[in-house]
Ligand binder design. Sequence first.
Ligand code: IMP
Length: 203
Amino acid sequence: MAEPERIIQHRMKKIIFATGNMNKLNEVRQILHEQNQILSLEELDFHEELAEDGDTFEDNARQKALFITEKFGLPCFAEDTGLEVDALNGAPGVYSARYAGTQRSHADNINLLLKNLEGHTNRNARFKTIIALTFDKQIYYFEGTVNGRIAYQPSGNAGFGYDPIFIPDGYDQSFGELPAEVKNQISHRAIAVEKLLRFLQGK
Ligand code: IMP
């Protein structure tokens, strides 16, 4: 094993990623190249839905991370993500998951967003991720943003959520069309996770 990788593994110890979302878990593991040290809730046999009823990404991420740290007594990080659309004054934002209702359907959310953007030529938008990390009795935050635009129709089956209608700056294809390796190099989540990793490497 290469020296830097060995050092990272030694230093990272075990840390929980508090998410029930397998897409997020897979992405984070791919970004971190660090499978063993990240414990999922499933591996801890925890299957409840985590409450996230705050008004900001920070509130939601912190709520989830604190709950799991208190339950399992291990360092933990959680993240909250949303899509901010300029022509809709930043909506759906923190309400991205239940934009079209509590059924939290990806297809319904996409359809409603496209309907609300009808007639708008300003398609500028961004994905934002906030990670909250509980570590040494403190909370640290890491932010990642990727700018782009909302397509006129969904395309591609890769990724999840709003990916089929989000085209990142510098590309002509949506996150739904781009390979996972590309999304995981440039995404909101990748940027936030890289910051988390650098922080943990320094510990
Ligand atoms: P949450 O962070 O799980 O609350 O996600 C909020 C909403 O954004 C949900 O509808 C997710 O499916 C969606 N979402 C979260 N991350 C991504 C992403 O990386 N791409 C596309 N949609 C996402």
